[in-house]
Design a protein around this ligand. Structure first.
Ligand code: UDP
Length: 404
C-alpha cells in the first residue's frame, strides 16, 4: 500500500521526531477536536489546517474543521478588527460590533461545536463564539495576527471574549500582552514539505509553470507571494523594484490570491495594477495556483516579504525551504525565520532604499545567495516544518487537558 500517513515525513525529519509524536498522542487517542476558522482557502491559516488536520487524525486524534458562515457583512467588520489588532486606529461602531456578535451567536446555536472535547478557534472572526456556548470543554484561541501594537479601544472591546478562553496561542513572544493574564503558548506556524506548495519540483516542471504564466526566464526574478493586503505593502515592493531596476536587470512577480475573508483585496490589487503600468517586466497574478507559487519560490533569485505587520509570514519559510534567499522586514514573526546574514537579510519596514540595496547585494553575489539559501533551508527543517507543529499541538492539548 502506498504510504499516506506521518511516516512519509521520516526521510525529512528522522524517525526520532515521528516516534515522539506518536508517544505524545497516546493519552489523547480518540480526542474529538474541532478547529474553527473563517475560510477554507487563501492565507496561511487555511493552508496549515489542510495539512495539520489529516496528520492529527493519522496519529489518533479525531480532528475536524468547521467554518464560520461566510457573510460579506461579517468579513467587512472582521477585516476592520484585524486591521485594528495590527495597529490601525479603526473606528468600530456599535452596529458593526453587533453584526460580529450576531453572526457568532447564530453559528454557536446551529453549528456542530457541542459534540467535541476541545475547540481551537482561529483569529478574531469566530472569537466570540465562546460567549454563546455553555462552558463544558476547554477552548483555545489561536491568534495568527501581529498583536505587537493593537489599537487600544478595539483590543479592550475584544478582551472580555479572549479572557474566557482556557489558553491563547500566539506565533511569537513579541505578541505576548502584559494585560492578558490568560495561559499563553507560543507556537509558530509551519509548512508542509510534501504539499503541492512545497514539494520538490523538477527543473522541467518549474520552467513549464513559468511558461504557462508567460514569465520570462531570461532575467533574475524577484518574487513576493502575498494576498493583496496593505499590510504586505505591495506598493512598497514596486518602489523597491524600481530602485533595483536602475542598477540590475530583473523582473518582478507579485502573486496573491484573494482570500474570501479579506474584502480589501480587489481594491488594493487595482491600485497596484495602476502603479505597475509605469514599470517594465512586472507580472501580477491573482490565480490561486499552489504549484505556481512553489515554482516561483524555486525560480526566484530573491524572495521579498516587505510586510508592515506580519503574524508570521509563512511565505518566508516556504522560500527558505526551497533554498531561495529572502529580503524581509523586521516585523512580527519574521525575525524568527530571517536571521540576518545567516538565513536572509532584514530591513526596516518602508525603508525602500535599504531593501533595494539588500536585493542588489544578493543579485550580485551568487555565493551569498547560495550560503543563505542552504542555511535557510536547514533553519526551516529544524523549526518550521509541520511535524514540529504537530508535536507542539499535541503538547498543547495535553497541557490544556491536564495530561501534560
Ligand atoms: N499563498 C498562495 N497563493 C497566493 C498567495 C499566498 O498559495 O497567491 C499562500 C502562501 O504560499 C502561504 C499562505 O498563502 O502559504 C500565506 O501565508 P502567510 O503567513 O504568508 O500570510 P497570510 O495570508 O496568512 O497573512
Amino acid at each position: 500500500m502506498e504510504q499516506s500517513g506521518i511516516e512519509r515525513y521520516v526521510p525529512i525529519v528522522g524517525e526520532k521526531a515521528i516516534v515522539e509524536i506518536f508517544q505524545l498522542a497516546r493519552p489523547l487517542y480518540g480526542l474529538r477536536v474541532l478547529e474553527v476558522s473563517s475560510t477554507f482557502h487563501g492565507g496561511g491559516v487555511a493552508g496549515m489546517l489542510h495539512s495539520l488536520i489529516p496528520l492529527l487524525n493519522d496519529v489518533g486524534i479525531n480532528a475536524d474543521w468547521s467554518l464560520l458562515y461566510a457573510e460579506p457583512a461579517l468579513f467587512r467588520v472582521t477585516k476592520k478588527i484585524h486591521n485594528a489588532l495590527q495597529g490601525e486606529p479603526v473606528d468600530l461602531s456599535e452596529r458593526e460590533f453587533k453584526v460580529y456578535l450576531d453572526v457568532n451567536e447564530l453559528f454557536a446555536r446551529y453549528s456542530p461545536i457541542s459534540s467535541h472535547d476541545l475547540l481551537v478557534v482561529h483569529d478574531p472572526q469566530p472569537l466570540p463564539l465562546i460567549r454563546f456556548r455553555p462552558r463544558e470543554v476547554p477552548w483555545i484561541w489561536r491568534c495568527h495576527i501581529d498583536l505587537s501594537t493593537p489599537h487600544p479601544p478595539v483590543w479592550d472591546r475584544l478582551k472580555p471574549y479572549i479572557l474566557r478562553y482556557d489558553a491563547v496561542v500566539i506565533s511569537s513572544e513579541t505578541f505576548a500582552k502584559p494585560d492578558l493574564p490568560s495561559e499563553t503558548h507560543i507556537i509558530p506556524p509551519a509548512l508542509d514539505p510534501l504539499s503541492e506548495l512545497n514539494r520538490e519540483l523538477s527543473p522541467d516542471t518549474i520552467a513549464q509553470k513559468l511558461r504557462e504564466y508567460e514569465i520570462p526566464g531570461d532575467k533574475p526574478l524577484l518574487v513576493q507571494v502575498s494576498r493583496f493586503d496593505k499590510w504586505k505593502d505591495p506598493l512598497g515592493v514596486l518602489q523597491v523594484y524600481a530602485l533595483v531596476r536602475k542598477e540590475v536587470e530583473c523582473s518582478l512577480v507579485l502573486v496573491g490570491n484573494m482570500a474570501t475573508d479579506d474584502p480589501e483585496g480587489p481594491e488594493i490589487f487595482l491600485r497596484v495594477q495602476e502603479r505597475a503600468k509605469s514599470l517594465p517586466d512586472v507580472h501580477l497574478i491573482t490565480t490561486s495556483d499552489g504549484l505556481l507559487v512553489n515554482a516561483l519560490q524555486r525560480a526566484a533569485a530573491v524572495v521579498l516579504q516587505l510586510s508592515l505587520r506580519e503574524g508570521f509570514g509563512l511565505t518566508i519559510s516556504e522560500a527558505l525551504w526551497k533554498g531561495t534567499p529572502v529580503v524581509a522586514t523586521r516585523v512580527g514573526g519574521i525575525p524568527l525565520q530571517v536571521i540576518p546574514e545567516q538565513t536572509g537579510l532584514l530591513v526596516d519596514p518602508q525603508d525602500y532604499p535599504a531593501a533595494a540595496a539588500a536585493v542588489i547585494r544578493l543579485l550580485r553575489d551568487h555565493d551569498l545567495r547560495t550560503r543563505l539559501g542552504i542555511q535557510g533551508r536547514e533553519h526551516v527543517r529544524q523549526n518550521f516544518l509541520i511535524t514540529r507543529l504537530l508535536r507542539d499541538r499535541l503538547r498543547l492539548f495535553r497541557a490544556v487537558l491536564g495530561k501534560g
